[in-house]
Design a protein around this ligand. Sequence first.
Ligand code: ATR
Length: 283
Amino acid sequence: MPLSNRQEFQLFGIFGFPLAHTLSPVMQEAAFRDLHLKAFYLPFEIDRREFRDLMRSSKNLLLDGFNVTVPYKEDILGFLDELSAPAKAIGAVNTVVRKGNKWAGFNTDELGFITSLEKEGKFRSRGKEVLILGAGGSARAVAYGLAGCGVKKIVLANRTIAKAREIAAEYQKLFPRVEFYAASLQGGNITNPGIDLVVNATSVGLRPSDPTLVSPKMFHKKTLFVDLIYNPRQTEFLRLAKKTGHRTLNGLGMLVYQGAEAFRLWTGRKAPIKVMKEALTKQ
Ligand code: ATR
């Protein structure tokens, strides 16, 4: 079948480095199959120079849309023709949609996080106080989503406090009703008696030897602990939180719901969430 025969099927993919462990192809292809869509989804593991070269001539790509993951979520911004308002504010794009001869960028991490938090974490954000660990692209998406849901207060704690301060100042202008604070993760435990939700949006916890950045026992019993990491399924952060009797949520739900939103943007169809979850679980 000729690859250029766009009537026959659609082609999607993901760009990142490394990509060996990406679960997106399995999840998206299961969704295409379930809805009997003639579509494929391929991983493209390429280095930064290759990525930039490819994006310079991206109009020639035979793709109908694609995901962008670490470390290219910011690099991609310069190659797009349109940007959604959340993607612009967050400063990162994870989903790109072909619109005729143009590429439009979206950030579905934000909605993916909020949907998982509400549906799986049974968390109602309005009026709540939140602590976000980290100040990278993921933390920006989480903070943006929570601010849009009307939380009362967001504390951004980061190893490099300048980055947390930057986000707090930027978002304070966008969301004047939310109180933003920046804190340092260096030198000891962060405590805050009023916190209802703690989100780990750092990469700390990916390796079993990683330390935990906060001590769950310092938070009240109703505080929900969320880790964006899904591999391992239970980080030390979540293990300790569980041990102290707190409710916990890992990053699998966010992965599914950000993928579901990308699927909807590409196909115009509602994503089969159950099928996508099953595909991930099997994997
Ligand atoms: P992502 O796109 O997943 O958010 P990122 O932008 O590289 O990835 O951000 C990684 C986050 O993990 C940052 O907040 C980083 O802190 P710094 O801004 O100080 O670099 C945090 N992080 C990574 N390793 C860390 C460590 N050993 N201790 C504390 N924070 C760490």
